[in-house]
Each structure stands twice: as C-alpha cells, then as structure tokens.
Design a protein. Sequence first.
Length: 202
Amino acid sequence: MREATSKLAAATFLFMSGDRYPNDQYIETALCERLPGKRLTFASLIERFAPGNQPFDLASRLDFLRHVLSAIPTQNLFLVGRSSGARAMTRLAADFTDPSLVAGIVCLGYPFRHPEMDHEPDRVDHLTRLRVPTLILQGDADNYGNRSTAPTYPLSESTRLEFVPGTHVLTLPPEGWDALADRICRFASTHMTPGLPVQRAG
C-alpha cells in the first residue's frame, strides 16, 4: 500500500455522486480522507462549474462531465463514480475517441438494473465498448446488481468487477473504507503515467 500511495501523489481523483446526493456524500468524504493525490469532490465541481444547477438526469450529467474535462488537466486523472455517477462516467468514456484521455474509472455500486424495473439495456450496453481501464467495486448484496446477478452482464476486456461487503448504499466501518481505498489505490497505481508533475492535495 505504501508503494502504491507514493506513486499516486501525481494522481487526481474526480468524484461524481449518485442520485441520492447529498445524502451519499459520506462515501466520497470517507474516500477523500484516505486517497492520496488531488481530490475533486462533486460539491466542489458543482460550485465551480454549475453553481445552483446540480446535474441529476443522465443528459445533464454527461454535459457537466464534458464541461469539466475540457477545463481541467486530465493527466493521471481517475474518475470515481457512485451509482448514477458511475453510469454517466462510463457512458461518456465509452465514446472517447482517445481512451487515454483519462487514466481510469472506478465505479462504486454500478446500477446495472433498477430493482423495480425489467432489463434496461441503456444502463449496460455501453459497458462492452469501454476501452478505459475500469474497476467496478460492487456490494455483494447490492440490489442494483449483487454477487449473483452482476457477473451476468457483459463487460469489456478493460473492465474488472470485484465485490465488497455491503449493499448499494455502501455503509462501511472504518476498516471497510480503508480496504476500499486500498483497492482503489492498487488499481490506480497500475495505470499511472510516470514522469508527470505531482498534484497538490486538496
């Protein structure tokens, strides 16, 4: 972990929360306390790029992400999406003409299928086209895709699905957040581009 953390001093982690925001803000708060490098929270991005106009639906989230990515350095940038935030990030990245635009994507509780809906192809079809390195960290009891159902969805070769204890809301004890941050660090450290300037934490 220490070696991975050292490598990630030059990384930036950009967060996008789910539809429950700000009620799920505790997830990015817990991870920001544990991840190295620079952390761009969803709240700070809204304040900077869309004050008073929080993006909720998929179209506005995609427009918001395009705007943000056009305005910030993307070297060693990792997108960290929670639920619908992960859906928007992977949807946008699936259409990148250059998959190296961002270093990687981390999905926290991907919403494969709404528990009250039938199969929704629009949620998952693009996942087979992802060329950006992607890590999906899924609660093993997540009702949007659990240990039994999530592996049935086709994923691209650049995408890895792993399970963590918990449900879609990801309420973890301190040691659980430590373990989750460790997984993110190990993933990110393997996709860093060396020789880029160190980012200032914050």
